[in-house]
Design a protein around this ligand. Structure first.
Ligand code: NAD
Length: 259
């Protein structure tokens, strides 16, 4: 990756939990491409992981707490980013959550509270973070990138409420892209193939999903987090300046297969 592609760009990454997080692969790739990074973590337990990982980056990132269900924490994060960075060029949203019991078996039994929680964390947070980030992106051709899965479009066993959340997320991408385009801010989504991460392990029988995807995908394999990360670099760079409101599949081609 050319270290000039994102030289001097300031990008906030939400969603690093550990070294397996897709957000961590993205952080490494953005950083290699020359970006300055702000990293957020959900809680104290995660903070330690994030601080340890951050030490391996070429430039020490800004590190801030943010639970995206808390509006006051979102406000604080962006006012600290404004204070430290002055402005922002990019926002990576790599966050999802659903209760374990809602990622197993019957979709019909999804509780109202579980539904609301999954949609709040996994879909609404993109709008909340975009609203807070947009003023810092003024005049900077900003980019916002989120992560989805094909389960927001087609049915996968046990993906259940997360599929509904991803459908809401992908539709949010289009509405946000339409509105923020007037400020020259682009909003795009990477629909990634299955990757073995903490969030993925919450889905019952996730290993079967990995095996079946690799068997059916045109490239006959699963994808690497680095492949998603390189696509995020593209979406944050001038190379994608004409692209907004898109769902880009990085799934070894799995989504095109009918049977
Ligand atoms: N792993 C896969 O197979 C796969 C495939 C396609 C899309 N995705 C998506 O990629 C994104 C990143 O997930 P991942 O697979 O890297 O797993 P991960 O567990 O490493 O990341 C999920 C992140 O969400 C954060 N999070 C959850 N609730 C939060 C809250 N209230 N406030 C702030 N942060 C919160 C967690 O702390 C964690 O950092 C998710 O949107 C996921 O749905 C994953």
């Amino acid at each position: 990756m050319s270290s000039a592609l994102l030289k001097g760009k300031k990008i906030a990454v939400f969603g690093v939990a550990n070294k397996w997080s897709i957000a961590w692969a993205i952080t490494q790739a953005l950083s290699e491409a020359g970006a300055h990074i702000a990293l957020t973590y959900i809680d104290e337990r995660t903070e330690e992981n994030v601080r340890t990982l951050a030490k391996t980056l070429p430039h020490h990132p800004l590190i801030l707490p943010c639970d995206v269900t808390k509006d006051d924490q979102i406000d604080t994060v962006f006012s600290k980013i404004k204070h430290e960075f002055g402005e922002l060029d990019g926002l990576i949203h790599a966050i999802a959550y659903a209760r374990k019991e809602d990622l197993d078996g019957s979709f019909l039994k999804t509780s109202r509270a579980g539904f609301q929680e999954a949609l709040d964390v996994s879909a609404y947070s993109l709008t909340a973070l975009s609203r807070a980030a947009a003023p810092l992106m003024k005049g900077r051709d900003g980019c916002i990138v989120t992560l989805s899965f094909l389960g927001g479009w087609r049915v996968f066993p046990n993906y259940n409420v997360m599929g509904v959340a991803k459908a809401a997320l992908e539709t949010s991408v289009r509405y946000l892209a339409a509105e923020l385009g007037t400020q020259r801010i682009r909003v795009n989504c990477i629909s990634a193939g299955p990757i073995n991460t903490l969030a993925a392990r919450g889905i019952s029988n996730f290993r079967t999903l990995l095996t079946q995807s690799a068997a059916k995908a045109p490239l006959q394999r699963n994808i690497e987090p680095a492949e998603v990360a390189d696509t995020a670099v593209y979406l944050c760079s001038h190379l994608s300046r004409g692209v907004t409101g898109e769902i880009l599949y990085v799934d070894a081609g799995y989504n095109i297969i009918g049977a």
